[in-house]
Design a binder for this molecule. Structure first.
Ligand SMILES: [Zn+2]
Ligand SMILES: [Zn+2]
Length: 593
């Protein structure tokens, strides 16, 4: 038994009373007596032979169905992979409401397909390019297949083509948001397919006879044996659990596919190199990919005086021309939280960046050397372009951005941040906000990134890929270049590979330098990382060093980074070192390094 108590990482043996024998199998939810308390638990092993002289207590009661044995075994793997308690994964994999055993069904009904007993319908092939894409994705025989599809191209055609080949039974489709999952489910139902939308249709998913659609948690859907899977927008950070254990739905689905011999297709307009590794993704023709991106216009502000503030002349003209139309709508994005101070050369206008990783540099001591905020590389405090020693910090006032934009455009601007009322901005013609606005506003004529450099130079190695994902997200709001869709970025780094990749609708332009950088710094996919936090971190870090000889560095007073050649070595070390008494949070595959 694994008790549903996060602090307990142990297993306990219990016996099954004869009256419950029919209902209990691996995965079943039960209640047990533990240290004088009744707690919920899962059966994770049966036919266990107790040690000599041990007679286990009987379990107290049955609480209905839990995940099938294949998913219980996945929870055991995930507990190793993300260094967390198995109970947290079993919890995600279990139904919200109690599902009583279906063991009363006659055996024949269990094996038949569909409610009516006939085989489930197979949808027609959608034809066109999706046939070639799924052919190419499957030809590699590798798990997973990665498909790069421009933002405006329809990923559902890939799903329909895959289901045409496998049939709907046991196929899993993940979307990054509930809205998109519900839309996908509607579309698949409209093709006459049996669809279990998670989390409500747990029982239907457990039957193994339906297509299963859902968000992150649906990676743990109770499909007895996976027959195929598609993850839409596989780059999306919504697939990663932010709280520890920091598991990723993409990795869970890939592992399930590998175990069950099922094809897994990861679709993204900008697949990150942590997913692709050194393989080139399957993609459409260049012409089609180009048509699936909007016009991405780079406004070079290198020669603008920093005192001109957030708004270039070009941007002011764009605002006026779009808002002159009665239904024109512009969304302006400004990263307000965690802003970093950027240094610019007063002679040539270049931003001061790290020569090794391209991140922003700071000057920790007056008149001292510049130091990178990502990789800590130092260099002399001069402009790398013109050797000038006169660099100034760019102070862009953000507090008044909404008022200033309203005044500039002559239209009332509405502010949207992650804390705003969900209804805010509905129908507004000028929206100013953080990237949360890109999730709230369904469509716009133009999206303007007022200061894209804040995103590009953020002190995280994934900053480049995250910014390209943000540009792809903005692209969905404005539509294709043929329909006049336009994304505008204001920058002092116009040649940055992320901006060039988006402007030329060719994400490979970013993947090549990104791989080279990661290889030189032994970052994923060329290594594996974990971050340790909390009072117990020091003891645990010392333990990891002692058993594995892996590099463990102290990043802040309360934060350590463990670097390993691969996940196997990393996770093995995290599993064998005893947990210290003090509070400890372990984040495998951290996103803030
Ligand atoms: Zn300069
Ligand atoms: Zn650096």
């Amino acid at each position: 038994m694994v008790p549903d108590v996060p602090a307990i990482h142990r297993r306990f043996d219990y016996s099954v009373p004869p009256a419950l024998e029919q209902q209990i199998r691996v995965g079943s939810r039960v209640r047990i007596e533990l240290h004088g308390r009744r707690v919920a638990a899962w059966v994770v092993e049966d036919d266990v032979v107790p040690g000599d002289g041990v007679s286990p207590k009987p379990l107290a009661s049955s609480s209905g169905q839990g995940p099938p044995p294949a998913v219980v075994s996945m929870a055991e793997w995930a507990a190793w992979r993300w260094a967390g308690p198995m109970s947290s994964f079993l919890g995600t994999a279990s139904p919200i409401r109690v599902v009583r055993d279906a063991g009363t069904l006659p055996a024949g009904q269990e094996r038949s397909h569909g409610v009516g007993g006939g085989p489930p319908p197979v949808p027609p092939s959608p034809g066109g390019g999706s046939v070639d894409i799924v052919d190419a994705a499957m030809a590699g025989g590798s798990v997973p297949a990665i498909v790069r599809l421009a933002p405006a191209l329809d990923a559902m055609l890939v799903v329909l083509e895959l289901v045409h080949r496998t049939g709907p039974a046991g196929v899993l489709v993940l979307a990054p948001s509930h809205t998109r999952a519900a839309q996908a489910a509607d579309r698949l139902r409209a093709s006459g397919l049996p669809v279990a939308l998670m989390p409500d249709r747990w029982e239907q998913a457990a039957s193994g006879r339906s297509l299963v659609v859902g968000t992150r948690a649906a990676a743990w859907a109770p499909v007895p044996r996976l027959r195929g899977a598609v993850v839409m927008d596989a780059h999306d950070e919504a697939y990663r659990e932010e709280r520890s254990p920091t598991w990723s739905a993409v990795d869970v689905v890939v592992e399930r596919g590998r175990r069950d011999g099922a094809g897994v297709v990861l679709v993204s307009p900008c697949p990150p190199v942590s997913l692709t590794g050194t393989r080139a993704p399957v993609t459409t023709s260049r012409a089609l990919e180009r048509r699936g991106w909007p016009t991405v216009e780079i406004v070079d502000r290198t020669h603008d005086d920093p005192r001109t503030g957030l708004f270039s002349e070009r941007m002011a003209r764009l605002l006026h021309s779009v808002l002159a139309r009665p239904d024109g709508r512009v969304v302006c994005i400004l990263n307000r939280t965690g802003r970093i101070r950027l240094l610019a050369c007063t002679r040539c206008g270049a931003l001061a960046r790290c020569a090794r990783c391209g991140g922003a540099v700071a000057q920790p001591e007056a008149a001292g050397a510049f130091q990178c905020r990502r990789c800590e590389e130092t260099r002399p405090a001069v402009c790398a372009e013109c050797d000038s020693t006169r660099l100034k910090s760019l102070r862009i006032g953000v507090t008044r951005a909404t008022e200033e934009l309203s005044a500039l455009a002559g239209v009332e601007a509405v502010e949207i941040t992650s804390g705003s009322d969900p209804a805010a901005g509905a129908g507004a013609r000028l929206v100013v906000g953080t990237e949360a606005a890109l999730h709230r506003v369904p469509s716009a004529d133009a999206v303007v990134f007022l200061d894209i450099d804040q995103h590009l130079l953020a002190p995280r190695f994934a900053a480049g890929e995250e910014t390209l994902a943000l540009l792809a997200r903005a692209s969905r709001l404005v539509g294709t270049r043929d329909r006049g869709g336009r994304v505008v970025v204001q920058t002092r780094i116009p040649d940055h590979e992320v901006l060039q990749a988006a402007a030329r609708a060719d994400p490979a332009l970013l993947a090549v330098p990104e791989l080279a950088l990661r290889e030189s710094l032994l970052l994923p996919p060329f290594g594996a990382l974990a971050v340790l936090r909390g009072p117990g971190g020091a003891t645990f870090a010392a333990g990891i060093r002692a058993v594995s000889g892996m590099a463990v560095s102290m990043a802040d007073a309360d934060r350590w980074v463990v670097r390993a050649p691969d996940h196997r070595m990393l996770c093995d070390a995290l599993a064998v070192v005893p947990r210290p008494a003090g509070r400890l949070r372990v984040e495998v595959d951290p996103t803030d390094v």
